[in-house]
Ligand binder design. Sequence first.
Ligand code: AMP
Ligand code: GLY
Length: 426
Amino acid sequence: MKVLVVGGGGREHALVWRLAQCKRVDEIFCAPGNAGIAELAQCVDINPLDFEALLEFVKYNWVDLTIVGPEEPLARGLADRFQKEGRKVFGPTSEGARLEASKVFSKDFMKRWGIPTAEYRVFTSCTHAEEYVRLKGTPIVIKADGLAAGKGVFVAQSFQEAQEALRLIMKERAFGEAGQRVVLEECLEGEEASFMAFTDGKDILPMVSSQDHKRVFDGDQGPNTGGMGAYSPAPVVSPEVEARIMQEVMLPFLRGLRQERIPYRGVIYAGLMIKDGRPKVLEFNCRFGDPEAQAVLPRLQTDLFEVALATAEGRLGEIKELQWRPEAAVCVVMASGGDPGKYDKGKPITGLQEAQAIRDVVVFHAGTAFNDTQVVTAGGRVLGVTALGSTVAEAKARAYRAVELIHFQGAHYRRDIADRAIHRPE
Ligand code: AMP
Ligand code: GLY
């Protein structure tokens, strides 16, 4: 079987790496891929938003299944276009992807189906939004409605901060059209966790839990990023909490899809805030998390291709449950200094082989490229170094041992990934 993976980040490397181990997979293509993916798949230089070129490629190369990594092609209708041409695709249609692409749609959907989430109001006027902030007080959370690459959410601690965020989103249009509407919501307290599941709109198969580290600096300081590291499992998702997530979030989500006739074949990701064992949804994403995928997929024992194909063909019910390695996984993201702001590209990366040589370590590439003979940096998040271990602490120690072998100018990484799991009060 031939598979095309769309995207070129760490998540896509983790997908390709797992697919390369699947029995029925003969050939993997990746558009556009990166330097690490190129070792396992044939990278093709097609923009993930160029649907016609992707379709042409899939037809010409007899690709059996296309797996979409990032949200933007899904939100813009890649799956709709592919399905119309009778092509199998893993990833929801644009209607399903609205759960991620529009915070307003997502919040309204949660409300309709009784999914626990923060109290909220939607505004199209900056003045009215400011009045609401005055009324409700701070802290308050301000979210641009549309896609903003994880950067359109502000937790405002003061009225001034709220005003500044509203100005940035609504007046300066820092996120373009995404800023036409804003969601203002209650600031929730608790511990965050990520919970992903495969679904074909009829059945749902949960994955193991994980936790992302969104802030750029240690101790959760500094601005939000795409994610500086992740680990799995997240102890805050105890078996009881998982049961509640399934009952209160995932099953109502599925019911909502069915009743509203929203086709959905792919991954549903719930970003959760958990307090006193009660989960509330911060956001839905219509795809694997990045870097959560780099922590979760190395634990997956079930054949990923078979799960993805069953999902795409609407027969996920045939797979009763997923098998997971009992070990914990920790993924440390190495980023270019300056990210999420300005950063340099083209810095040579050394030590990759040495790091990979450590048992139970995989180095996933994100923003990397080949420059003649060497691998160089080519993005904000450069690498995701994942290690497995019998405990989270062991996985963490191993991941950092690998990270310390890897060098590039300006490399930045957090040193406290997974500490929350390790230093957990009983
Ligand atoms: P989102 O993209 O909606 O998940 O928001 C990004 C990050 O902002 C989340 O991971 C949280 O850290 C934070 N956040 C979002 N919504 C809330 C909320 N209602 N209360 C507290 N923090 C939030
Ligand atoms: N790690 C958060 C996300 O993928 O949106």
